[in-house]
Write a protein that binds this ligand. Structure first.
Ligand SMILES: C[S@@+](CC[C@H](N)C(=O)[O-])C[C@H]1O[C@@H](n2cnc3c(N)ncnc32)[C@H](O)[C@@H]1O
Length: 204
């Protein structure tokens, strides 16, 4: 099957000038990313739909909430998913956070080559970053499930930091409100017929 770098209707508004850079990232992750173990081998189309397009929906949420000048932290970024596609389509500062130095080296090389000056890669423990930052946006894709995150926020009493958490989800759960947190689920298409879910958690 031919590779089709499609953009769903919901993404057209904010990807107009970025398609070329998104395709360059796709090309890097499918070559260097697989060779250096950032991701496991996958087809070109899978990488585009599940990694690039899925990542763009994290930005769609930021765009719709009008959180345009707020720093973003992509926790457990791995190969820069979702932080790199988000940084490509936005002007927000995006910090890619991973505990593994080798991943940070690979990401730094990519960012320097492609001059993505609003995106930075940092070796750090995500748990420390969550405790330190306020007025920030945290992205988590395949890093920590929503319920574990809420337990941690309660444990560290982080209900007054004005942060927004955007977390990938496997399940289709109805909207729930958990004590001091407001949780809203978004369902979206990554291609013609496959749906995915993302939870948005904000302090009430
Ligand atoms: C399953 S991968 C997900 C990668 C990427 N977000 C994605 O969706 O493909 C989880 C990543 O979290 C990183 N990680 C694990 N514990 C961490 C921690 N405490 N702080 C920062 N990164 C961590 C791992 O090194 C790994 O790259």
């Amino acid at each position: 099957m031919n590779f089709n770098p499609q953009i769903p209707e919901w993404g057209k508004e904010f990807t107009n000038n970025s398609q070329e850079e998104l395709i360059k990232y796709h090309s890097w992750i499918k070559n260097t990313g697989i060779k250096s173990g950032l991701i496991s081998p996958k087809s070109d189309q899978f990488i585009w739909d599940e990694f690039v397009i899925h990542s763009l929906y994290f930005y769609k949420i930021i765009f719709d909430l009008n959180l345009l000048n707020i720093d973003i932290y992509d926790l457990g970024t791995g190969g820069g998913i979702p932080g790199i596609p988000v940084g490509i389509v936005s002007n927000n500062t995006v910090n890619l956070i991973d505990i593994k130095q080798k991943r940070i080296f690979e990401l730094e090389r990519f960012l320097a080559t492609h001059k993505h000056n609003n995106i930075k890669a940092l070796k750090a423990d995500a748990e420390i970053i969550i405790q330190k930052q306020e007025n920030s946006i945290f992205l988590m894709r395949c890093y920590m499930p929503k319920n574990d995150l809420i337990k941690k926020l309660k444990k560290y009493m982080l209900n007054n930091k004005k942060n927004t958490f955007i977390v990938s989800s496997k399940a289709n759960n109805a909207d729930i409100n958990v004590e001091a947190f407001h949780v809203k689920q978004e369902k979206f298409l990554i291609n013609k017929d496959e749906y995915r879910f993302i939870d948005v958690i904000t302090v009430k």
